[in-house]
Design a protein around this ligand. Sequence first.
Ligand code: FES
Length: 107
Amino acid sequence: MARVHVCSVADLPPGEGRRVDTTPAIALFNVDGEFYAVADMCTHATASISEGYLEDDCSVECPIHTARFCLKTGAALCLPATEPLQTFAVSVEDGEVYVEVAQGEGA
Ligand code: FES
């Protein structure tokens, strides 16, 4: 695994998400100060999960067909998506956010 620096904590306020142009692209979210990273490409069709809508239960709603995914596990919580999103471990150190990606992947 490789640890990739993705942004500063100050760059992503609570309740917001952003796309990180790693390979594959990652959607990074700040949920009340906790950071979660999932694959940015929806498993149903072509949509950027980082442009989705955060829900109160730590899930994100796809902006195209409104499937919801758990940000903790990546699980698809409702149709039309049935396959989970890949999840990535996130760490915060000295105000900087890092994501673990497989070797060969990364920015
Ligand atoms: S593209 Fe995400 S639910 Fe269809």
